[in-house]
Design a binder for this molecule. Structure first.
Ligand code: ATR
Length: 272
């Protein structure tokens, strides 16, 4: 029951209408009888949104596209791992002091390890935003050999330099050999589901192909890769594992991971 003691949490991003964070967290809150509610806010100006969190005493928030890096300057404190990654996907408001964390990295590593090893694999990441930073950091921590591919050269080169990896412009992807390919761009995400970040002819059968986009569950990239015989990893596992980290930070309770996964899969099947 929502009352005057209900703790409010939110997701801040733009666009945000595709987000399943509210259904996932609300189902976990009610499962554990936690007096909390999770809402989605379309936030264009992240600094103003953080002022709103402070003013209203909102207890915590998920931070998503395109604010994962930009949000950092508005926080009081950055957790060590988020600082090393250089991006924040979660904040907590402890009596007015706002601290930034990152659970994307651990979420991505867990999701990949459900399907394949990382150590010594050649891993290509498409994109150089906040999510790419976190996933790339996770890959390097696990001993993967990383290459960043990005549309905007400067941004890709900067991320590659920060992570100590290689960089290749996105248009040169065709010549590249990799064991694992990970899309961290929003290309293919609802409502632009026909988008594909690389051309089919540049994929090959031996690749493991992962998309961190989880809505739709099978992006065009994953459908094409699956048809070619590639092993694929959809975005739900990473999404749920990062959500579990957020839930535990905010509530201090163990996250009901299976329930969270089922809720997300059900919501996706209803929307497709
Ligand atoms: P997030 O925080 O979720 O990572 P972001 O910081 O906005 O979001 O980063 C999105 C990434 O997707 C960027 O690397 C962006 O490329 P640019 O650096 O060139 O802007 C990439 N991206 C977004 N739309 C794209 C598109 N249509 N084609 C290729 N890359 C795209």
């Amino acid at each position: 029951m929502i009352n005057s003691n209900t703790a409010i949490y939110a997701i801040l991003g733009d666009p945000i209408s595709h987000s399943l964070s509210p259904v996932m967290h609300n189902s976990a809150f009610s499962h554990l009888n936690y007096n909390g509610v999770y809402l989605a806010f379309s936030a264009k100006k992240i600094g103003k949104a953080i002022s709103g969190i402070r003013a209203l005493g909102i207890k915590g928030a998920g931070i998503t596209i395109p604010h994962k890096v930009a949000v950092m300057e508005f926080l009081d404190e950055i957790d060590d791992l988020a600082g090393k990654i250089g991006a924040v996907n979660t904040i907590i408001n402890r009596q007015g002091k706002i601290t930034g964390y990152n659970f994307d990295s651990i979420g991505a590593v867990k999701a990949i390890k459900e399907k394949t090893g990382i150590n010594n694999k050649a891993v290509a990441i498409l994109g150089a935003g906040g999510a790419a930073r976190a996933v790339g950091y996770g890959i390097i921590s696990e001993g993967g050999r990383l290459i960043i591919l990005n549309r905007t050269k400067d941004k890709g080169e900067k991320l590659a330099a920060d992570l100590g990896s290689e960089f290749c412009p996105l248009e040169d992807f065709k010549g590249l050999k990799c064991d694992i390919l990970i899309n961290t761009t929003p290309v293919g995400m609802e409502p632009n589901v026909d988008g594909m970040p690389v051309e089919k002819k540049h994929l090959n059968k031996g690749m493991v192909v992962m998309d961190i986009v989880y809505n739709p569950l099978k992006t065009r990239l994953l459908r094409v890769a699956e048809d070619m015989g590639c092993k694929t990893i959809d975005g739900v596992s990473m999404f749920v594992f990062q959500g579990a980290g957020q839930f535990e930070l905010w509530t201090g309770k163990k996250a009901p991971v299976d329930l969270m996964r089922k809720t997300v899969l059900k919501a996706l099947s209803c929307s497709s």
